[in-house]
Structure formats: structure tokens, C-alpha cells
Ligand binder design. Structure first.
Ligand code: ADP
Ligand code: MG
Length: 457
């Protein structure tokens, strides 16, 4: 398509002739010539006019002719479509651009070009998800809807999701695809309520041909309560018009905390495609395929011994993101050492000495648990250690003991001592008590899982 500026140039020439013949050249030159084409959005052409006064004159005297000339020119180049002209003063234009940029930077983040099917290594751990993703990319909206890609962290969920989007755009470049994380969705929703722009927010989501929401497990967070409702209605609108929804989650839908029943049943109506930890061969294949990118990224040109891939892949419990991280580290260290021969396993061993021995998760200590629980219930740490026995203090104290027993190997004695108690039965009692409360009251259960999640963060 020819650009807006080129289009306008042609239109302007025609208009000039037209007004010359009418003997209105002077007015044309003073009002129409100074306006400048700025940008186009879905058939709306935005122009800059010098002032509101000029705009008024244009609207009264020239608007219809400009519109006709634009339409004519567009249909001459094979693009008959609805045209709208918007005239903005410089101030209004700034405002407009600002909010447009903001909109663009927040959602519909462009798809990552490297996350394609071509770059996705298929093994038994992801074959089923890969096949489902391909099917959806081929016939969006008509098969599995929603498609929910489920699997642990760093196993390729986001990659597959973007691959679907990239493939759809290859086949049909005009498809409107919205990719948004659940967190951004929640933020935008809350934001739009506060600003009174909820109608726009809805309109944007509901006009998508393909809506992708990443990490939907976060919809279970307390902040997202009303978002669930919004999501439900968005889903309904999209389903009814056979548009595609794709979700990822690192939890099974039934395990997403606080997920509303009606959403759960929506999720279960589609296809759940899971990705598990890749086997050894797949890990090696992925590392080989990644090495090209990483070398390019780091500006490195030497060969890498195949043994190095095998060495890194031998880490059974690693997710793919971690494996990639390890490979990056090896290549970076080869670069740093100004290596002149190929990268071999000795260098890999040295480079990964610390990397591979790092504990998988951070240590859970009494100090960390106490701090997190106190922040959560908004109580003071020294009150926890004090002799106070009122409910506001005693309850968080018991929660601390429960979590310590649950998440660490500490003895009852040590757990009791860590909250300033001397008797090991205190910890046993607290554990049973909280367990019982959780059984009786789901909100307590939620609180404990929120706190546990924060500790693990
Ligand atoms: P998730 O969203 O599941 O946490 P990502 O999709 O972000 O994980 O994947 C993490 C990294 O692993 C990305 O760099 C991705 O390209 C890579 N990756 C995952 N699975 C594969 C695969 N099968 N083939 C190639 N690269 C993969
Ligand atoms: Mg992801």
C-alpha cells in the first residue's frame, strides 16, 4: 500500500486543480495546503491543522471534497474502504500520539520473531502440544478453542504461543492478534476502571481475531477477582464469533487457586496440551539448535564440541531456559578467555562450576518466613517473639511455625525457638492447629498459599 504521505500528495494535486478552476485558489492555498498528513489507523486518516480556527474553515468549506478525493484515490489503487478524516491541532495530536504509544507499549506486545515453529525442537515431551499448536495455527477459531498450553516454567509455553501467532500472521497478515500477559491484563483492567475507559478496553480485546493470554495461573491472585468476570465475558464474545483463544499456564486449570467455576469449565471445554521436561536427546537437540543464536548474540564464531552439549544436557532436572543459560555462560566465558580453538568440555566444566552447583531454590530460613508472614499480616516481628497471646499475634506466630514445618527440615525444638518459645510441643500444636483451620476455612488455605508463594519468589 502506498503511504499516507504519497496518497495525500496525489490528492492535494487534484484538489488544487479543482479549486483553481473554481477560482478559489487563494482559499485553498491558505487552508488546505498547510495541513499535513500524520498517520492512518484502520481507515481513519489523521491530519495536523495549524489551529482550531483553520479546522473550522476546512470543515465548512473543504471537508466533503477532501473526503471524496481521498476515497476516489484509494479506490483507484484498489482499496475501496470506509474513510474517515480526523483533523487535529498540534496539541491534540501530541495527546493522541501519547495515548497511542501508551496503548501500543502496554498490550499487543509484538510477537517475538525468534519464537517460531521452525525454531522449536520437537520431542516426546512436547509433541502433543506442538501438534495442537500447529492445528490451531492452521485453522484459528475452528478447532481447539481455547487451546491451553500447560507445563512447568521454562519449557516452551510462551515460545509455542508466539509460534502460533507468527504462523497465523505469515498466512494472513491482517489478522488482529493480541498477546498479553495475565498480569498486564489485570493491570489494564484495573486501570481502565479507574480512568473510565473500560469501554475501550473491552472493545480492543473483543475485536481480536486471536487473543493470547500468557501465564493465566496468575488470574487466581487476589487482585484479579473482578478481572475473572471480565475475562469470562470476553471469552464468551470471542467464542461466539469463532475467534481463537490461546492460554498458557504452569498449573493445571483445576489447580489454579481461586479460579471461578465458570472459567474453569470454559478452560476444560477446549484442549489442554501439556509440555513436560524434555528427555536427554531433546535437550541435546535444543542446545544444538540454540547455539547458533547464542553465538550470533555474543558475536562468537568458534565451533562448539558436541560433548559440551551433552555435558550441559546431562542436567536432568533443568528446564530449557536454564540449559540455555548454561550454554550462554560457556560461550561468554570462551569469549572472555579469547579462546582460539573450539569450545571443549574442559572449558565448559570450569565455566559451569558454580552455575551447576547453585541450589535450585533459595534457602527457606526462619528469618525469611518471619519477615514474610509479618508483612502479610501487618504485625511487628518483636511482637511475634514476645509473650503476647492475643489472637492478632498468636495466629501469625502459628502460621510461621506451620510454614517452617512444612517448608524446612528443622526440628520442632528449633522451630519453637525461632519464635521465642522453648517447648518443642508448641510447634507441634501450631502445626495441627493451622492444618485444622485450613481444612475448615478455605480463606486460611489461600492465605497460606499466598505466603508460601511469596517466600518462594
Ligand atoms: P515458558 O513460557 O514455558 O516459561 P519459554 O517459552 O519462555 O518458557 O521458553 C524458555 C526458553 O526455552 C526460550 O528461549 C525458548 O525458545 C526455549 N525453548 C523451549 N522449548 C523449546 C523447544 N522445544 N525448542 C527450542 N527452544 C525451546
Ligand atoms: Mg512463559
Amino acid at each position: 500500500m502506498e503511504s499516507f504521505a504519497v496518497l495525500w500528495e496525489t490528492v492535494l494535486k487534484k484538489l488544487e486543480e479543482f479549486y483553481e478552476q473554481k477560482g478559489d485558489s487563494f482559499a485553498f492555498k491558505s487552508y488546505v495546503q498547510p495541513i499535513s498528513p500524520e498517520y492512518e489507523e484502520n481507515g481513519r486518516f489523521f491530519f495536523k491543522v495549524p489551529s482550531a480556527l483553520v479546522r473550522e474553515q476546512i470543515q465548512q468549506r473543504f471537508y466533503v471534497n477532501i473526503l471524496d478525493a481521498m476515497r476516489e484515490q484509494l479506490s483507484a489503487s484498489g482499496q475501496s474502504r470506509a474513510v474517515e478524516i480526523v483533523l487535529l491541532t498540534p496539541e491534540e495530536l501530541d495527546q493522541n500520539l501519547l495515548s497511542r504509544q501508551k496503548r501500543e507499549s502496554r498490550s499487543s506486545i509484538t510477537l517475538r520473531p525468534a519464537f517460531t515453529f521452525e525454531n522449536f525442537v520437537v520431542g516426546s515431551s512436547n509433541a502433543m502440544a506442538h501438534a495442537a499448536a500447529l492445528a490451531v495455527a492452521k485453522n484459528p477459531g475452528l478447532g481447539y478453542n481455547p487451546l491451553l498450553i500447560y507445563g512447568g516454567v521454562g519449557l516452551g509455553k510462551t515460545h509455542l504461543m508466539h509460534a502460533i501467532g507468527n504462523r497465523i500472521l505469515e498466512n494472513a497478515p491482517d489478522t488482529s492478534i493480541i498477546y498479553i500477559t495475565t498480569e498486564a491484563f489485570t493491570n489494564e483492567y484495573i486501570d481502565s476502571i479507574q480512568r473510565g475507559t473500560i469501554a475501550e478496553f473491552r472493545e480492543k480485546l473483543r475485536s481480536a481475531d486471536v487473543l493470547m493470554i500468557d501465564d493465566i495461573q496468575f488470574i487466581g491472585s487476589r487482585r484479579a477477582d473482578r478481572t475473572q468476570e471480565e475475562l469470562f465475558y470476553t471469552f464468551n464474545t470471542l467464542f461466539e464469533s469463532e475467534r481463537q483463544i490461546i492460554l498458557t499456564s504452569d498449573k493445571r486449570p483445576s489447580e489454579i487457586p481461586r479460579l471461578e467455576e465458570r472459567l474453569l469449565s470454559r478452560f476444560n471445554n477446549g484442549l489442554l496440551a501439556d509440555i513436560s521436561l524434555p528427555d536427554y536427546e531433546t535437550r541435546v537437540a535444543i542446545l544444538r539448535s540454540k547455539s547458533g543464536f547464542i553465538k550470533e548474540l555474543l558475536g562468537f564464531s568458534l565451533e562448539i564440541d558436541d560433548e559440551v552439549f551433552h555435558y550441559i544436557a546431562s542436567r536432568e532436572e533443568s528446564n530449557i531456559r536454564d540449559l540455555e543459560g548454561a550454554l550462554k555462560r560457556v560461550i561468554a566465558s570462551a569469549k572472555l578467555n579469547k579462546l582460539t580453538t573450539s569450545v571443549d568440555i574442559e572449558l565448559a566444566r570450569v565455566a559451569l562450576k558454580d552455575f551447576f552447583s547453585e541450589p535450585a531454590s533459595k534457602a527457606v530460613t526462619p528469618a525469611l518466613v518471619i519477615r514474610t508472614v509479618c508483612e502479610y499480616y501487618d504485625v511487628r516481628e518483636d511482637d511475634i517473639m514476645s509473650a503476647k497471646r492475643n489472637k492478632e499475634i498468636a495466629f501469625p506466630r502459628q502460621v510461621i511455625m506451620y510454614i517452617l514445618k512444612d517448608m524446612t527440615d528443622y526440628s520442632n525444638q528449633k522451630i519453637s525457638e525461632s519464635v521465642g518459645r522453648g517447648d518443642h510441643t508448641t510447634a507441634i500444636y501450631a502445626y495441627d492447629k493451622i492444618k485444622e483451620m485450613m481444612g475448615a476455612d478455605p480463606t486460611i488455605q489461600d492465605q497460606i498459599s499466598d505466603i508460601t508463594a511469596r517466600i518462594r519468589e
